[in-house]
Design a protein around this ligand. Structure first.
Ligand code: FES
Length: 51
């Protein structure tokens, strides 16, 4: 499932990043560019981060 349409980031990429040690939205932004454009993916990405 695509999470961030602006930057073409999928849920599996977010899960992989979390498994690799990413713990915050700031780190996700730095690593995958999630939420750096329109910001609509922010809540979905945050939910994945918490899982
Ligand atoms: S959908 Fe992620 S920044 Fe727009």
């Amino acid at each position: 499932m695509i999470v961030c349409i602006c930057n073409n980031v999928f849920d599996r990429e977010i899960r992989q990043a979390v498994n690799a040690g990413v713990q915050s939205m700031a780190e996700l932004r730095t690593n995958l560019d999630v939420g750096t454009c329109c910001g609509k993916c922010h809540s979905c990405a945050k939910t994945l981060l918490r899982e």
